[in-house]
Design a protein around this ligand. Structure first.
Ligand code: 1CP
Length: 361
């Protein structure tokens, strides 16, 4: 697919900010913007299992459009409805969602790696995501760009070994300390599937890509350097190379490495990401000082401020806008992690309105 196959873009704020350009106001979107805080999403989920929604392009498109329709004119990006765990599924693992993710047969020891598919054909295993992206972008009618995504290899590895979410990542840590070479090899194998998956998403119509390293902050800085960073670096450089070899226009790539503020200088200097996502544990002025002028930033309000009422939301957004303005450079407004299920959708609307108001240049 090329841009000629899709409706003309009416709003490219996200893409401009990702390239470091100044924008009339900061483009804004919200991680997990299609999700359980929306009654219309819960309605769809009453009659469809989570992965059924992911695997059915018409349903995935519908829930991706839901926040765009509800907050018409206020959201500057959509993100395809899917999950980071579709990659372990594509590699041959079973994943259930009840209500959190669980793997009936996780990787207990390196011998279990044998159970994974040797070769992963992303068109065959994840073609449903590509179809959902093409359908969703057409239906957006140019209202805003569509983001494609994947999980980072370290985070996916952690789920594949833990068999679900975990507070301590004890099993994943056991692997990296007890079987460091096998761990690194598996992490790079996951990275190659991620590259194929991201390239396929761009071919299908994704206009920006985001890599979610949700568990980056669980690693000591030197362990991040060893077990996550090389795969993150590989994904950005290889995805760009593959797109340019195929004569497909490059799209910006965002890395959200939650909790890895200790690595911002290295991520800025030694990777080819265009945008670095920030959680709320770093001041935007400090983040800009560490990152320098060459990358856009994304973030970073604590999602729990959305439970603090209108005054708290307005005060915090105003402060965030001032801090990103002082720091300078491209900025995409967002929360510092995903929106949580109990948020009142009208409080999110207020957040979006405040970003428009206080980030206007
Ligand atoms: O019942 C439901 O509907 C399940 C809730 C839900 C939703 C709405 C899950 C289960 N995944 C999603 C969608 C989803 N997941 C998106 C869609 C696009 C959007 O943002 O609107 C995206 C980008 C993700 C990414 C994702 N899934 C991440 C990375 C981002 C992050 O939050 O750190 C992670 C870690 C997952 C795993 C996952 N999937 C679902 C849950 C509840 C979890 C986290 C579980 C845990 O705590 O380990």
């Amino acid at each position: 697919m090329s841009s000629a196959d899709f409706p003309k873009m009416k709003n490219d704020l996200l893409l401009r900010a990702a390239r470091g350009e100044k924008t009339e106001h900061a483009p804004v979107w919200v991680m997990r913007q299609a999700g359980r805080y929306l009654p219309e999403f819960r309605e769809v989920r009453k009659s469809h299992e989570f992965f059924e929604v992911c695997r059915t392009p018409a349903l995935a498109a519908e829930v991706t459009w839901q926040p765009i329709r509800r907050y018409a004119g206020l959201l500057d990006a959509s993100i395809i409805f899917s999950d980071i765990l579709v990659v372990p599924q594509a590699m041959g693992m079973e994943v259930l969602m009840n209500p959190g993710p669980s793997f009936p047969d996780p990787l207990n020891t390196p011998a279990d790696i044998e159970k994974l598919r040797k070769v992963v054909d992303v068109n065959k295993e994840l073609g449903y995501v590509f179809d959902a992206i093409t359908l969703t972008r057409k239906g957006l009618e140019g209202a805003c760009p569509l983001i494609g995504f994947c999980g980072a290899p370290w985070t996916l590895f952690a789920y594949m070994v833990e068999g679900g979410g975990s507070k301590t990542l004890q099993k994943a840590k056991t692997w990296i300390f007890q079987y460091p070479e096998e761990s690194k090899a598996l992490i790079m194998r996951i990275a190659d599937v991620c590259v194929d998956f991201l390239v396929g998403q761009v071919k299908a119509g994704a206009q920006l890509l985001q890599v979610f390293d949700s568990w980056a902050g669980e690693l000591a800085p030197h362990d991040f350097d060893e077990f996550s960073f090389p795969s993150l670096q590989h994904i950005a450089s290889k995805t760009r190379k593959r797109l340019s070899e195929a004569d497909i226009p490059l799209v910006p790539i965002t890395l959200f490495a939650k909790g890895a503020n200790y690595a911002l200088i290295k991520l800025s200097e030694e990777t080819e990401y265009d945008v670095l996502g920030l959680d709320w544990c770093i001041d935007p002025v400090e983040a800009r000082r560490l990152v320098g002028p060459n990358k856009a930033l994304q973030g970073n309000m604590d999602p729990n401020v959305l439970y603090g009422g209108r005054d708290a939301i307005e005060r915090t957004v105003k402060k965030m806008c001032e801090a990103f303005r002082v720091g300078g450079g491209g900025w995409i407004a967002n929360l510092g992690h995903g929106i949580t299920p109990a948020v009142d959708p009208e409080d999110l609307r207020w957040f979006l309105e405040c970003v428009h108001k206080y980030s206007a240049q």
